[in-house]
Design a protein around this ligand. Structure first.
Ligand SMILES: C[S@@+](CC[C@H](N)C(=O)[O-])C[C@H]1O[C@@H](n2cnc3c(N)ncnc32)[C@H](O)[C@@H]1O
Length: 437
């Protein structure tokens, strides 16, 4: 059992706080014992006076050495000699490493809380093993510091938390600050949970979390960041990604989605040219597909949409409620349902907004529009080499269902990977087994 004795002038306050919640339950389970001791009970004068004026003059009073010693002797005679720590602004700043050391190297701590102007140096010289400070500020007494040290140490005692991973992933464990945490609901006050956390893909979640840890630590604690070893290939990749993301200008607001109009065609054509530079080499698109004329016919059918950022067209897509003939002949797998679906076709994001989250917004808009059409299923296909699209679909809940062949008469590779997602209109539906967009 791990034991902590706290010497204080305010034993009730300290005891109450440390017997709550996790530490209280750990004491009930005999993993810990935290006891407080009234220093005043160990005076040898009738008035129970524990302080006196400082030699050499000056304001305030000093906690005398003898009551402290008598209290300390009572503890060590009864429970054995523990590691004696004086909480003091003159001590070494407390950190997670110190908490880990105290939990690992000792089974008994005696925490001494000072008050007034401090405590007689002779008690420190004779009986204190180390001095710990809570930080570079001055508190009225050592109680808050003692509670902080006791709490941080006790939660590292084996068995106090249900699983070591509870603290191993936390801030300061491995020199990093923790990643941001989110809980239900998925959208709150119009702020959405990052898509990566909803993907259900563990390695993607772990990657996102590591990236956020690096970013936070770099921004908030350059002192900690400077000590990190980031030489692994994975960290180097994440850092390069961060650099790219941070050097990108923020997406102009508002971001909106609306049916495409005739006057958008020129801007759409510029984005089309940028996308073709990527998709012609892999064979997904060709010089003759898609074209401005395709957009015009999509518009005529009311299937063509644009995403605007600060009023400028930043992307486009076609969303069709017409069944896609080639989808019926899916191979190497099958669709989950033969209910009516919508299909995402011909989409692209302007080069300067790639990686800005606009593509994820596009997918969310498709889901919203599909539901408004009364469709519960959204399908899409993409080329095997179009990894960006596959990642986009997967992180937005799409699942790979099999292979299809699009227009085999055209001058491009007809082989496509087919994906689908079941749409849920309630933002919390993901946890009930349904994907949500
Ligand atoms: C008002 S303080 C005394 C400060 C002292 N005169 C000085 O300037 O260093 C009274 C008591 O609060 C506690 N205390 C104050 N600041 C602390 C800190 N940053 N960390 C730990 N304990 C602190 C110590 O136990 C100290 O004896």
């Amino acid at each position: 059992m791990y034991r902590i004795d706290i010497m204080t002038l305010f034993p009730d306050t300290v005891g109450d706080v440390l017997s709550e919640s996790i530490l209280g339950r750990a004491q009930e389970r005999d993993l810990l014992r935290i006891e407080t001791h009234q220093i005043r009970d160990h005076t040898r004068n009738k008035q129970k006076q524990v302080d006196d004026y400082p030699y050499g003059g000056g304001r305030g009073a000093v906690l005398q050495a003898d009551p402290l010693y008598q209290c300390w002797r009572h503890i060590t005679d009864t429970f054995g000699k523990g590691r004696t720590i004086y909480l003091s602004p003159c001590g070494k700043p407390f950190d997670q490493e110190a908490a880990r050391r105290l939990a690992r190297d000792y089974a008994h701590l005696i925490l001494v809380c000072g008050h007034y102007e401090g405590i007689d140096q002779r008690f420190i010289d004779g009986y204190v093993d180390e001095e710990i400070s809570l930080g570079d500020f001055v508190l009225t007494g050592g109680e808050i510091a003692a509670m902080a040290v006791a709490d941080a140490v006790c939660r590292l005692v084996p068995g106090v938390l249900s699983d070591p991973s509870c603290f191993e992933n936390e801030s300061h464990w491995d020199g990093l600050l923790e990643y941001p945490q989110y809980s239900r609901p998925e959208v709150w006050h119009e702020m959405a949970v990052p898509r990566e956390l909803l993907s259900g893909n563990h390695s993607q979640v772990a990657r996102w979390r590591r990236k956020q840890q690096l970013l936070r630590t770099r921004e908030r604690r350059p002192d900690l960041y400077a000590k990190l070893d980031l030489s692994s290939q994975e960290d180097q990749k994440l850092l390069a990604e961060l650099e790219r993301e941070l050097s990108r200008p923020p997406l102009p607001q508002p971001v909106e989605c609306r049916p495409a109009r005739q006057e958008d065609l020129d801007a759409m054509e510029i984005i089309l040219t940028q996308a073709k530079a990527l998709l012609i080499p892999i064979g997904q698109w060709s010089a003759h597909y898609p074209t401005r004329e395709d957009f015009v016919s999509d518009m005529a059918r009311g299937e063509c949409y644009v995403l605007t950022c600060g009023g400028q067209v930043g992307g486009f897509f076609t969303l069709s409620a017409q069944p896609e003939a080639c989808y019926a002949a899916i191979t190497d797998g099958k669709w989950s349902s033969d209910q009516p679906y919508t299909v995402l076709h011909r989409c692209a994001i302007a080069q300067q907004w790639r990686g800005s989250g606009l593509a994820d917004r596009m997918i969310r808009e498709c889901g919203r529009l599909a539901l408004a059409m009364g469709r519960r299923w959204l399908r899409a296909d993409t080329h095997k080499q179009n990894k960006a699209m596959q990642n986009l679909l997967r992180r937005n809940g799409f699942q790979y269902r099999g292979n299809v062949l699009v227009d085999t008469t055209a001058d491009r590779d007809p082989r496509r990977l087919a994906f689908e997602v079941r749409l849920a209109n309630h933002p919390n539906a993901a946890s009930t087994g349904e994907e949500s967009l």
